[in-house]
Structure formats: C-alpha cells, structure tokens
Design a protein around this ligand. Structure first.
Ligand code: PEP
Ligand code: MG
Length: 329
C-alpha cells in the first residue's frame, strides 16, 4: 500500500453525503487472508471454494474442508463470509477431475457439475455448516445459475445437508445454528430475466461481472485475440446492471457485485450510483475504491449513471468516467 492509500484503511467507505458502501474482498487462498483483513475489508463477498480444491491432489474430504472453511471464518472473525459452492469447469480444472470439452465456458461448469454430483455438493455443504456452527455471519452463493430448477435443487440439497449436520450437532448437545442467507452469483444472462422468480427463493444476488460480461458480449474472457472487445463499460453491460438493480428493487432483493468490475475505480462510480449493497473485489483494489467512494456524493454518482446510460459506445462511457475521476484528483 502506498502511504496515500494507507490512510484509508481505518476510514469508513462513506460518500460525501453520508451513504455507506460495504467493501468486501474476493479470496480463496489462506495466504491472502491476512492481507484482506489488513486493508480494512467489511468481510468476504466471494470466497472461491474451488481454490483450496485446486491446490490438492484429490477431493478434500469433509473433515479437511471443515478445517479450511473454519480457518477462513476465524481469519475474518465476526465479519461476514460468503462461501461460493464449488465452481469448476470453464477454465478451472481440477487435475484429479479433468473435463474435456470443445466450448468449456458453455459447458459443464459451476452448479451444473455439482448438481450432477450431489455427493460432492452435499459433502461441501455439510463442511460449511459444520465449520460455521455457532457462527451466524456467513452466506452461501451458487455459481452459474441459469434456471429456477437449479435454484430449487440446490436449496433442497443445502437443506438436506443442514438437517443432517444439525441432528449430528444436537446429539453432541452443541447449539443449533440456523440456515444462512442463500444467494446466486448472477452471471448467466438468462438469470436476469428470471430474477422475479429467483427472488422468491433466495436472499441475495451477487453479480459475477466477469462471466456476465463474457456471456452478454459473447467474448471469451481468456481469449487474447478478442480481449479488446471485453469491456465492463459496454453500454449493454450498464443497461443490464441498471435492469438488475431495478428488478431487484421491485423484489426487495439485496444486490452485490463480486467480479473484477467492482475493483475498477471508474466502474465503481457506476456501481455506487446504482446503489449496489456491497462491492467485493481483490484486496489490493480495496483502498483505491474506498478513496473513490469517499470522493463522491451519492447524488453525483447517480447523475453519472443517468448520463452514462445515454452514451452509445464503451469508449464514450470510459472517457466520461475517466474525466469525472480526474476532476476529483
Ligand atoms: C465472475 O464471474 O465475475 C466471478 C466473480 O467469478 P469467477 O471470476 O470466479 O468466475
Ligand atoms: Mg464466474
């Protein structure tokens, strides 16, 4: 951290007109925990549970997973941790569970894999519940949801795991914890149009802007040949975020974001103006995003969204936000 940013660590992420924006971190590596706590995060908005799986030679068993999740909860003591269930496939391959496909990003990934292997899902869910016995500040998020059926089936399995763990815990006379908030990672475009139905089933959504941008723009997020087409400033992305916010408001659903976009100072102006309920990002981006939040009034950020929504090209939106940020120094 530079000296300039260091001074923000203990300051609240509050706008000049008093709007508080929770800033959280994306993590998954134990080595990252300390850094995340150090930058003054309000919690973990995205714990990528596949990361500890990627570092092993076989599926970690239930007891091993309990230890992993417990150490995350302990590191962020008292702060909320959102565990995303296993999100493999696409570009994330477990060496001991290889998936070979022609179009992996349109293939067997995220919730599709774990619903086809409920054993894997149930062990993970049981481990999360065991690790968090007596702790009520955690959430569970489901990756790659594209249909209501997937939400229903995931919740059914989570409830099953919850009741199994609960009966084991009460036998050994430990206090019973309650079902945590459940949400989806909103990253497949179909889920935007299903939000009113999904809202009846879940407690929050977290926008996965990396995949949402990839799927809305039909641009592979890792293909360097088309990387200039991958832009969070694309007017279609802003329109989608604006729709998501509006529908979520109508359904009284909490909306967070956990893609790279949240760690981009220019995009953060838009996410503030859209009044997202939390921004989750890389630990290293957090201090500069806090600086942005503290430099703007919510009303200014809302005006910026209104203006940006009239612009027709990614380049123009980028340029406009760049100038706004420049004015703040
Ligand atoms: C996303 O898709 O934006 C996201 C947060 O998840 P991941 O980058 O792990 O796919
Ligand atoms: Mg994703």
């Amino acid at each position: 951290l530079t000296r300039e940013l260091e001074k923000y660590v203990n300051e609240p992420a509050i706008t000049t007109d008093g709007f508080m924006m929770p800033l959280l971190v994306n993590t998954g590596l134990m080595a990252d925990f300390e850094k995340s706590v150090h930058v003054g995060a309000d919690g973990v908005g995205l714990y990528r549970t596949e990361i500890p799986f990627l570092l092993r030679e076989q599926f970690p068993g239930e007891d091993e997973q309990v230890k992993i999740y417990r150490s995350a909860l302990q590191a962020f003591h008292g702060k909320s941790v959102t565990f995303r269930t296993l999100d493999i496939g696409g570009d994330k391959q477990l060496p001991y569970f290889p998936i070979h496909e022609d179009n992996p990003f349109l293939g067997w990934r995220g919730i599709r894999v774990t619903l086809d292997h409920p054993d894997i899902f149930l062990i993970q869910a049981r481990a999360i519940f065991k690790a968090s016995a007596n702790i009520d500040c955690f959430k569970i998020a489901l990756p790659m949801i594209s249909s209501v059926e997937e939400v229903d089936e995931s919740i059914r399995l989570l409830e099953q795991a919850f009741y199994e763990v609960n009966s084991e815990l009460s036998e050994s006379s430990k206090p019973i914890n309650k079902m945590p908030p459940i949400g989806i990672i909103l990253e497949v475009p179909s889920a935007i149009y299903l939000l009113p139905h999904i809202a009846k089933r879940v407690d929050f959504i977290s926008v996965g802007s990396n995949d949402l941008t990839q799927y809305l723009l039909a641009v592979d997020r890792n293909n360097t040949r088309v990387s200039s087409l991958f832009s969070n400033y694309h007017p279609a992305i802003l329109a989608a975020l604006n729709d998501i916010r509006r529908i979520a408001n109508e359904c009284q659903l909490e909306v967070n974001i956990c893609g790279e976009m949240a760690g981009d100072p220019m995009a953060a102006i838009l996410l503030l103006g859209l009044e997202f309920n939390g921004l989750s990002m890389n630990a290293r981006s957090l201090p500069k995003i806090k600086k942005v939040i503290r430099s703007f009034a919510l009303s200014e950020a809302k005006d910026a969204v209104s203006h940006a929504l009239t612009l027709e090209k990614a380049r123009d939106i980028h340029h406009y936000l760049f100038e706004l940020l420049e004015q703040k120094g």
